[in-house]
Design a protein around this ligand. Structure first.
Ligand code: ADP
Length: 575
C-alpha cells in the first residue's frame, strides 16, 4: 500500500514536470480530442435547461483514474450497524448529512458488514423511482404521549443500501409535504416520535444491532431513550452520534419530550439534557443534541478541525462546556467526510459532454466550452472560470461570494453560481441589476444536481468562502473534478485544502492543492481569488500541473479512509 502510494506520488511528480515542459503523453488508447468532440450535442443558443438532456449523441466512458488497490478487505467479524437519520441521498437530501449517510453505509456494507438505514417515510418518497422494492413489514404500537400511536415499517433498497422506512399511521400531517424540512407539522414532535419508533422497530423486528449510529439533533433522543428503556434487552448494542453541524441543537420543552412516550423530567438536569441557558427560567428546556452527546458511547463530528473549533473556540456554542467535561472530551472526535467517488467520477459521469481524468484531461476543456456556450458566456478557453455551488445561507459567506464576484468581473474572469436558498439579497441584486448585461457573470438561483456536475467539471477554480464549515463536500468534489478550490481557513476546509504557497503538504502527494484565506472581509477573499487568477494566467504550465495533480489524487477523497476510522470507533465502543 505504502509502495503504491509512493509510486503514484513519483508518477504524479513526473507528469507535472512533463506538463510544465508541454510534453504530456497523449494516452494512445483514450479517445482523441476530435473523437471526444464529435459526439457532443452542443447547446443551441441559450438553450433552456440544456443540462437536463443528454450532452452526447451516445455515452462515452474512459477507464477510471489509476489508484484503487482492489476491493476493500471483507471484515473478519461482520458487525450489524443501523443508521438512524432524517436524510439520505439521493431520496431525501438537503445537504451533506444525506451524502454521508449513504456514502458511509455503502462503504461499510462493501466491507461485509450488515448495514441498514432507518428513515422517516416522508410523503414525497411515495412512488420515488430511487426507492426500490418497498414492502410493508408490519404495523406496531409506539409509546407516544401517555398512550400509544401506530407506526408502519417498510423495508426497501436505496442505492443498493437496505433501508427501513417508518410511517406514522393516523397521526395527522406528520412527515407530509414535499420537502424534508419545513412541512406544516411540528418537527420536534415528528422527530421525537421517529426516534422512539426507530427503537421500537429495532425491538419488534428483532434487529439486534451492534451499533446504532444516530445523526444530528433529530435523533439525539435515541441514545437517551435507549439507555433508559432498551439496553437491558440489547446488552451488546452501543450508540454512536455524529454531529454534522452544531448550528441546530434541537430545543425541546420538557412536556414536548413526552412525544417519545417518556417524560422529559427524567433528563432535566445539567449533567443530562437540560439546556443550561434556560436554568432558572420557567419552564426550563431540554436540548436534544446535548442529550445525545451525554448518552452516546462515542460522539463524532465531521472533521478534526471542526472538532477542535467546537472544544476550543465557539463552534459548538453553549455545548462547549458539555464537550469540555473530561469523560465527554474522551469520547469526542472528528472524522473527515468522504465523497462517493463512483457517483462523483469525471471519467464516468454521464452528465458531462466529455469525460476526463488525470490520465486524459482534455475533456475538461470541452466541459468548460459546453457550459460557457450553454449559459451564453463568452466561449473563451483562457478566461479563468470561478464557480460556486452552495446553499445560500449565512454560514456560506454570501457577502464574500459577492466580493469575489466584483473582483472577478473587474479583472476579466468568469463567474458561475448555482445557489439554493433565500439569504442572498445583495448578491441577487448585484447579479440581476449590476451584472445583468455581463454575459460572463451567471448566477442561477436554484437547485440542480445535473447542472452542479457540469459546473464542477467546467470550473477552473471553485470558491467556498464559508464563515464556518463543519466539513464541506463541495471543495472535495471540486478537487475530484480538477477545479482548484479557493477556501476560507475554517472547519473541514482547513483540513482538506492547503495553500499552494504555504509549503504545507496537503492531502495530495506533493505540495498544496488550492488557495486559502483567513479573514471575513471582502479584501481577504479578493486577494485569494486574485492570486489564483494570476497563477492561472501567468504560469499556465504550473497551473496545468496542479490540475493534473489533484485529478490524479481524486481517490484521496473516497470513503475508504473515513470508513476505517468509523470502524475503529465502532470496535472501541464494542470492546
Ligand atoms: P451543506 O451540507 O452545508 O449544504 P456540503 O458542502 O457538506 O454543505 O454539501 C453540499 C452538497 O449539496 C454538495 O453535494 C453540493 O454539490 C450540493 N449542493 C449545494 N447547493 C446545491 C445546488 N444549488 N444545486 C445542486 N447541488 C447543490
Amino acid at each position: 500500500m505504502a509502495l503504491v502510494k509512493q509510486l503514484r506520488a513519483e508518477n504524479s511528480a513526473l507528469r507535472v514536470q512533463l506538463a510544465r515542459a508541454g510534453l504530456l503523453p497523449s494516452g494512445k488508447s483514450l479517445p482523441s480530442l476530435a473523437e471526444l468532440e464529435a459526439g457532443i450535442v452542443w447547446p443551441q443558443g441559450r438553450e433552456d435547461r440544456f443540462w437536463e438532456r443528454p450532452p452526447r449523441k451516445a455515452p462515452l466512458s474512459l477507464p477510471g483514474p489509476p489508484g484503487k488497490e482492489g476491493p476493500p478487505a471483507t471484515a473478519a467479524e461482520p458487525l450489524t450497524i443501523i443508521h438512524i437519520a432524517a436524510e439520505m441521498a439521493p431520496i431525501a437530501k438537503v445537504g451533506g448529512l444525506a451524502d454521508v449517510v449513504t456514502g458511509l453505509s455503502k462503504a461499510t456494507a462493501a466491507r461485509g458488514h450488515s448495514v441498514e438505514v432507518v428513515l422517516p417515510y416522508y410523503a414525497f418518497l411515495e412512488g420515488s423511482p430511487d426507492v426500490r422494492d418497498a414492502r410493508s413489514v408490519g404495523v406496531f404500537n409506539v409509546p407516544k404521549g401517555n398512550g400509544l400511536a401506530r407506526c408502519e415499517a417498510f423495508t426497501a433498497t436505496v442505492e443498493g443500501c437496505r433501508v427501513l422506512l417508518l410511517r406514522p399511521v393516523d397521526q395527522g400531517s406528520l412527515f407530509q409535504g414535499q420537502s424534508v424540512y419545513g412541512g406544516a407539522y411540528n418537527e420536534t414532535e415528528a422527530y421525537l416520535h421517529f426516534s422512539r419508533s426507530a427503537l421500537e422497530a429495532v425491538r419488534v423486528l428483532d434487529r439486534r444491532p451492534d451499533v446504532l449510529h444516530c445523526h444530528e439533533w433529530q435523533t439525539g433522543a435515541v441514545p437517551m431513550l435507549f439507555w433508559e428503556a432498551y439496553s437491558a434487552n440489547l446488552p451488546r448494542t452501543r450508540l454512536v452520534l455524529t454531529i454534522h453541524n452544531f448550528d441546530s441543537v434541537g430545543e425541546c420543552r420538557q412536556d414536548e419530550f413526552l412525544h417519545t412516550g417518556m417524560a422529559g423530567g427524567a433528563f432535566a438536569s445539567v449533567d443530562r439534557a437540560l439546556d443550561e441557558r434556560t436554568v432558572g427560567h420557567n419552564p426550563e428546556r431540554l436540548c436534544l443534541l446535548k442529550g445525545g452527546i451525554v448518552y452516546a458511547n462515542a460522539v463524532t463530528t465531521v472533521s478534526p478541525n471542526y472538532a477542535r473549533e467546537a472544544v476550543r473556540d465557539g463552534a459548538a456554542g453553549f455545548l462547549k462546556s458539555t464537550l469540555a467535561q473530561p469523560h465527554i472530551a474522551a469520547k469526542f472526535t472528528g472524522i473527515i467526510n468522504g465523497i462517493d467517488t463512483e457517483s462523483w467520477d469525471p471519467a464516468q459521469d454521464a452528465t458531462l459532454p466529455a469525460p476526463f481524468s488525470g490520465a486524459s484531461p482534455r475533456g475538461k476543456a470541452l466541459c468548460k466550452r459546453f457550459l460557457q456556450a450553454g449559459l451564453g458566456m463568452s466561449v473563451a478557453p483562457d478566461k479563468p472560470l470561478v464557480a460556486v455551488v452552495s446553499r445560500l445561507v449565512p454560514q456560506k459567506g454570501i457577502h464574500l461570494m459577492e466580493a469575489a464576484l466584483h473582483h472577478i468581473a473587474q479583472h476579466g474572469g468568469q463567474f458561475v453560481l448555482l445557489g439554493s436558498g433565500h439569504a442572498d439579497g445583495a448578491l441577487r441584486r448585484a447579479a440581476e441589476e449590476q451584472y445583468r448585461d455581463n454575459a460572463d457573470v451567471q448566477c442561477l438561483f436554484m437547485y440542480s444536481e445535473p447542472l452542479s456536475h457540469l459546473i464542477y467539471a467546467a470550473a477552473d477554480m471553485f470558491l467556498v468562502p464559508s464563515l464556518f464549515e463543519p466539513c464541506g463536500l463541495t471543495q472535495l468534489i471540486a478537487l475530484r473534478y480538477g477545479a482548484i478550490p479557493i477556501v476560507r481557513a475554517t472547519g473541514g476546509l482547513a483540513d482538506t485544502v492547503k495553500d499552494v504557497a504555504s509549503g504545507d503538504v496537503g492531502p495530495v502527494s506533493v505540495g498544496g492543492n488550492g488557495y486559502v484565506f483567513q479573514g471575513m472581509d471582502g479584501g481577504a477573499v479578493q486577494a485569494a481569488v486574485g492570486r489564483a487568477m494570476a497563477d492561472y494566467r501567468e504560469r499556465p504550465g504550473e497551473w496545468q500541473g496542479l490540475v493534473l495533480r489533484v485529478l490524479d489524487d481524486g481517490d484521496a477523497w473516497s470513503w475508504d479512509g473515513p470508513t476505517e476510522e468509523y470502524l475503529d470507533i465502532y470496535s472501541k465502543v464494542l470492546a
